[in-house]
Design a protein around this ligand. Sequence first.
Ligand code: NAI
Length: 219
Amino acid sequence: MSKNGSISASVIKRLPRYYRFLGELKKNGVERISSRELSEKMKLTASQIRQDLNCFGGFGQQGYGYHVESLHSEIGKILGVERHFRTILIGAGNLGKAIALHINFETRGCKLMGIFDAKPSLTGEQVGGIAIRHTDELEDFCRENSPVVAVLCIPKANTQAIAEKLVSLGIKAFWNFSHYDLSIDYEDIVVENVHLGDSLLTLTYGANIITSGEEEDQT
Ligand code: NAI
């Protein structure tokens, strides 16, 4: 078992990428890979890879490389992908529906069990085989099914109220797409904020650097 209690946040952030690359190698029938080969594929240094994987007890053998399937499986265990955390999604608008339909929750440790929206006209509509429920049903559903993870795809203004309710109903982890920073209010829950706009700004920063001196406004 890993000793990941003391792993730095930056290593944890890299684990999903290792998991994804190793999953692809496994799918392509690769059995073993050296840290050098993995580093070439992932554009990390071999020593970075050795250091990262050593944090979890080191899965490689000198001169033998890493066994792809075992490493993939070990990292999967560290990431909790085999846990099937019961998951609900709140806000079945454009974003919520896209996430419910296009994210493979099951391969990422979560099982999407319920979708909720406050808009009565959406009640009963099927999204990826799950019928949207009205938020009035949230309490009963949580009591019966004890979900642990909530995906929030609702406007910022409504997030604090719904989050308070969900925490009181036992939610421990939020995948938060609303532009409200939940971690400010709750220190004992896990929050992963996703801001696609921030990712775009990181891109524009990079574009800004490599095109400095060129004409910025191309409209
Ligand atoms: P939308 O208007 O299509 O859907 C929002 C849905 O949330 C509606 O169906 C509405 O009835 C529901 N809703 C509102 N309050 C609720 C509550 N208290 N309980 C349950 N359902 C509730 O909007 P869209 O495009 O799906 O975006 C949703 C939110 O996500 C927006 O606030 C937007 O700013 C944000 N967003 C965040 C992104 C990110 O990268 N983090 C990217 C895109 C949108």
